[in-house]
Write a new protein. Structure first.
Length: 256
């Protein structure tokens, strides 16, 4: 049974971003040195707070939203995944979990935020996962040469990222704004399954996306627009929603 002290250590929901930053300031003031594992776990509890987990004694431990996401989505995975690509992999939780499966030959995460790349790579090293690769890249970069990234992939995943690929973001200004172009890229890297969990209506997107959409009347960022493009390459089935409000529909797309 887990001790109370370990439980407190591993519960990311108790670590708000303010507490996290405050502890780092105190350590800096005191001149105390933290171990590499402690620094890594601090970073794994930082932004964003809905993608937090810890590494403890060689195990990946998640609570709250992250654990719920994993339970909801992983049950829909095919029984054996040899090559996995997570588009917008953030701090790498899904990549690391798939890499721990014995049949997984290569688990790849791509993101455009350097901090996420760094944290994910350190987490993979801490877990001694030799089959993990983390790249600073976009889906368009991978589509140009899937083999260079370990593809094609029998399972590709995009969670809460598609709207940023379409519209861009504060961290990555490049935008595509065309469903066909984006889905063509996914089709080039995906040999079988695409797990898609993203808002498809503007009111369900983050405020920064709503602002961009408001400045672009006549855009095609709708559920219907996405499905028209996706169904040119994939058979699409729905499997519920990531949240009770239905703002993150879960779709499993199968390559034709």
């Amino acid at each position: 049974m887990q001790s109370r002290s370990e439980d407190i250590l591993l519960r990311p929901r108790l670590r708000t971003r303010l507490r996290y930053q405050w502890r780092r300031w105190v350590d800096c003031f005191r001149g105390s040195a933290r171990s590499a594992d402690q620094i890594l776990n601090d970073d794994l509890l930082g932004y964003p707070t809905n993608h937090t987990y810890q590494i403890h004694k060689g195990e990946i431990i998640a609570r709250g939203k992250m654990a719920k996401r994993w339970r909801t989505i992983s049950r829909l995975y095919p029984p054996a995944v040899r090559r996995f690509l997570d588009v917008g992999s953030c701090k790498g939780y899904f990549v690391l979990r798939l890499a721990q499966r014995p049949e997984c030959e290569r688990a790849v995460g791509i993101d455009l935020f350097p901090h996420f790349i760094d944290v994910s790579q350190r987490a993979a090293e801490a877990l001694a996962l030799a089959n993990v690769r983390i790249h600073t890249a976009s889906i368009e970069d991978v589509a140009k040469n899937p083999g260079a990234f370990g593809g094609p992939f029998d399972l590709v995943q995009v969670i809460s990222t598609y709207h940023y690929i379409y519209w861009g973001s504060q961290r990555a200004a490049n935008s595509t704004r065309d469903h066909d172009t984006i889905m063509n890229a996914f089709a080039k890297v995906c040999s079988r399954y695409l797990m898609f969990v993203n808002p498809l209506e503007i009111p369900d997107c983050p405020p920064e996306i709503q602002k961009l959409a408001h400045a672009a009347p006549g855009h095609d960022y709708t559920r219907e627009g996405f499905l028209r493009a996706a169904q040119k390459h994939f058979d699409v089935s729905e499997a519920g929603s990531l949240n009770d409000a239905g703002k993150r529909p879960i779709m499993l797309l199968v390559r034709r």
